[in-house]
Design a protein around this ligand. Structure first.
Ligand code: BGC
Length: 451
């Protein structure tokens, strides 16, 4: 993004503030309550024609009349900006984030393509506390901005209510596409009804949104295959298919409110449960034993996917059930849990030489560092850049009035409809593949993982 010269910036800021104040609007450079507007000078340059086109194309959605209307404020600002002759500095976007540092400011797109006026995308991400969502959000935002779209990227601190109000603001601000990585996929029905009333298309990103017809497409990785890869890795490493065992086995699952978590667990459980039944895998902990069938997976779920909670749970199991035994294998559905579990194991005295087999998912820096030092066995890598590109393609098709390409129309039933989906294939990365898969492809930098 091209930065305006600092002197020009300050001059314009003063002038704009004076005019805005005189006109009785507090929207310009101040930060009032919800629906606030962001400093115009954070927006990238756009032509006056672009600005007018963008405003004309904004619709005032149903049910927002009584609410503070940021789009109107932006119209006021547009007039004011024109009045002081600073059109080239661009138009502010509005933010639903009341000063939280968990969000990035919306910006206007750098390009001035014909499409830009029709492409206003709200991206709702769950949290900044997990590495992958930061990469997902920033990556997708860059792709779309390069296409000339206006992008409003928000993070909801893993709080459902916050995500709902962020989406409401995106709708009120005229987003015609919403890309939502839900926190709890069962809670978004009402707000997506608002989206539908405003004719916004909704793409569920990575996680399915349940219980509503107002989700148009789903772009994700093959979630069940993530679990299958983890299960098969364990099967092969231990020689289970050849009858080896018994091995002490501790299973973990993902966040119970995340629709993906049950797919991950199913993939792994389908491979591993026959070995639990045969006695080749022996679960020592009582929590682990409480999983008698697939339906019980939530009992071992770690709410919110937190490393600390996974560590605490592993510490519990170690101190209660492993005082005179060794753990041989731990099924962890993703890297954030694996990092916590590895810490608990290290604290209990396990070293790279006798470390249990430990699975993961995502290719997070900390987990890959552990893989290289021998305290995690593998990760199921999901190249989130591919997911971003897939969503970008979907958006282009939608805006062109075409049906986006999908490759699965049967798996993802959200309780109301089967959501047309595009599933990307994940792959296993072990220590010997870190360089060729993760570093050479630019997904991680060598320095990120101590290389
Ligand atoms: C994603 C995983 C991620 C987990 C925790 C899941 O929905 O598919 O890639 O590790 O959430 O953020």
């Amino acid at each position: 993004m091209q930065e305006p010269d600092e002197g020009v910036r300050q001059g314009v800021e003063r002038e704009f503030h004076a005019v805005a104040t005189a006109a009785g609007t507090a929207c310009a450079l101040l930060r009032p309550q919800a629906g606030e507007c962001i400093d115009i000078l954070d927006a990238s340059p756009a032509t006056s024609l672009d600005l007018v086109r963008r405003q004309r194309n904004r619709r005032v959605p149903h049910g927002t009349q009584g609410r503070e209307n940021c789009a109107m404020k932006k119209m006021n600002k547009l007039a004011l900006i024109a009045g002081v002759g600073v059109m080239a500095l661009g138009l502010a976007a509005c933010s639903s984030d009341s000063g939280s540092d968990n969000s990035t400011k919306p910006t206007t797109g750098g390009g001035s393509t014909e499409n830009a006026a029709d492409c206003s995308v709200g991206i709702a991400m769950p949290t900044r506390s997990l590495e992958r969502w930061i990469n997902d959000g920033e990556g997708l935002k860059s792709l779309l901005e390069a296409d000339g779209c206006t992008v409003d990227l928000q993070y909801a601190d893993n709080k459902t209510d916050q995500q709902i109000s962020q989406i409401q603001n995106m709708i009120a601000n005229g987003a015609n596409i919403l890309v939502v990585a839900s926190i709890d996929g069962t809670t978004l029905g009402p707000v997506l009804e608002e989206a539908s009333n405003a004719n916004a298309k909704v793409i569920a990103y990575d996680r399915l949104i349940n219980g509503t017809e107002n989700v148009d497409y789903y772009a994700t990785f093959d979630n069940e295959s993530v679990g299958t890869l983890q299960g098969k890795f364990i099967e092969e490493k231990l020689g289970l298919a050849d009858g080896a065992g018994p091995f002490n086995f501790e299973p973990f699952a993902g966040s119970p409110d995340d629709n993906n978590a049950k797919f991950f667990f199913k993939g792994a459980w389908d491979v591993l449960s026959p070995y639990v039944e045969s006695g080749q895998l022996v679960v020592q902990s009582s929590l682990g034993q409480s999983v008698k069938s697939l339906d019980d997976w939530q009992a071992i779920g770690i709410l919110g996917w937190g490393s600390d909670d996974a560590q605490a749970e592993m510490e519990n199991r170690l101190s209660s059930f492993y005082t005179d035994k060794k753990v041989d294998v731990v099924l962890s559905p993703n890297d954030s849990l694996a990092v916590g579990i590895a810490q608990a194991l290290e604290n209990a005295g396990y070293t790279a030489d006798d470390f249990p087999i430990l699975t993961g998912q995502d290719g997070d820096k900390a987990a890959v560092t552990n893989i290289l030092k021998g305290t995690q066995s593998m990760t199921v890598w999901k190249d989130t850049r591919l997911l971003g590109e897939r969503v970008e393609q979907m958006i282009k098709s939608i805006l062109a009035g075409e049906e986006p390409e999908v490759n699965d129309t049967t798996t993802y039933d959200n309780g109301v409809k089967v959501v047309p989906s595009y599933l990307i294939t994940p792959e296993v990365v072990t220590a010997d593949l870190v360089q060729s898969k993760l570093i050479d492809s630019g997904f991680l930098k060598a320095g990120d993982v101590g290389l």
